[in-house]
Design a protein around this ligand. Structure first.
Ligand code: IPM
Ligand code: MG
Length: 368
């Protein structure tokens, strides 16, 4: 059993704009080390397409073991067109899926918050999104992403058949639902559980187990169930009806992308992938911006580092028990936005366009 080393942070910048945005996170961590006398130990390595190019695998065993012993993994982004035609097992995304699965990071927290300064960046009317603050809790290590059997096999008549399997067990549902209920208690006390119980047995089980857990342990939290397709519609119609949404791996993938665009700014949204606490209270966790590797703008110094920096704020809060420091960092981001600084993705009239590193520096200067 590999022990988790306290305060050890592994940076996995990955591909595309990943290295540029993680560089800014590194500066922020170094600032906390020098100015708050924190002793974060930083390591950095390859995962994704860059690892494939160097080692022929999206993540090497060595890097995987490093991730196992770190308290926090900060991931940038993986993937890009360069690796699109690789065999499934070699694709950059496998690094991500392996880390999620083997580190047992079953609860993926994806906040969708509409920053007041950017209300107009959403494609929805300001009154629909202003003040929006949703937390999507996506199950991350089960369901159709990992179910067996899976594969593509030849069948009769020269045809082929693609197979994936969607399964959930009671304990897989209960542990992620607990995370959602516990979060709701610290927010607006409302959980919406989404599945397709009208067509899928695994969805029916999901609904029953969430309800049973609620009735046993979380009666004080308001729980409602919603079919996932309806949830997709309601997110556009009246997103502010939601507080915490808990859902499976695949629906969570889609609903969180949809929710992110309500905020108008993919470049601002962080995420946390959390495991279970062990008996010593230690927990494995990985934090990453929800945006992808954006190969089209990579290397130009225009990427928005805010999502990554806010992912580190989540790490401060959820892994490192440094709520005050997390607040300070989040406030620094707000201050910089209030000053009118914008990266290219969120620029609007009258605002000042700045590069990735200038944005990082500006946030750090607000920490002083
Ligand atoms: C996400 C991404 C990943 C997923 C990909 C890159 C494998 O879309 O984190 O939402 O499908 O989970
Ligand atoms: Mg996705």
């Amino acid at each position: 059993m590999i022990k988790v080393k306290k305060r050890k942070i592994l940076l996995l910048p990955g591909d595309g704009i990943g290295p540029e945005v993680i560089q800014e996170v590194k500066k922020v961590i170094q600032w906390f080390n020098s100015n708050k006398s924190l002793d974060f130990e930083i390591d950095q390595d390859l995962a994704g397409g860059c690892s494939f190019d160097k080692h022929g695998a999206p993540i090497t065993d060595e890097v995987f073991y490093k991730a196992l012993e770190c308290e926090v993994v900060m991931l940038g982004a993986v993937g890009g067109p360069k690796w699109d035609n690789l065999d499934f097992s070699k694709k950059p995304e496998r690094a991500l899926l392996k880390l999620r699965k083997e580190l047992k990071l079953f609860a993926n927290l994806r906040p969708a918050i509409c920053f007041e300064q950017l209300v107009d960046a959403s494609t929805l009317k300001p009154e629909i999104v202003s003040g929006l603050d949703i937390m999507i809790v996506r199950e991350l290590t089960g369901g159709i992403y990992f179910g067996e059997p899976r594969g593509i096999k030849p069948i009769e008549n020269g045809e082929r058949k693609g197979v994936n399997t969607h399964t959930y067990t009671t304990s897989e549902i209960v542990r992620v639902a607990k995370v959602a209920f516990d979060l709701a208690k610290k927010r607006s006390n409302k959980v919406t559980s989404c599945e397709k119980s009208n067509v899928m047995e695994a969805g029916q089980l999901w609904r029953e187990e969430v309800q049973e857990l609620h009735d046993k342990e979380y009666k004080e939290v308001e729980l409602s169930h919603m079919l996932a397709d309806n949830c997709a519609m309601q997110l556009l119609k009246n997103p502010k009806q939601f507080d915490v949404i808990v859902t499976d791996n695949l629906f969570g993938d889609m609903l969180s992308d949809q929710a992110s665009m309500l905020t108008g700014s993919l470049g601002l949204l962080p995420s946390a992938s959390l495991g279970a606490k062990n008996k010593d209270g230690e927990m494995r966790a990985m934090y990453e911006p929800i945006h992808g590797s954006a190969p089209d703008i990579a290397g130009q110094g225009v990427a928005n580092p805010i999502a990554s920096i806010l992912s580190f704020a989540m790490a401060l809060r959820y892994s490192l028990d440094l709520d005050n420091e997390a607040d300070t960092l989040e406030k620094a981001v707000q201050d910089v936005l209030n000053d009118g600084l914008r990266t290219k993705d969120i620029i609007s009239e009258g605002m000042k366009e700045v590069s990735t590193s200038v944005m990082g520096d500006a946030i750090i200067s607000k920490l002083q």
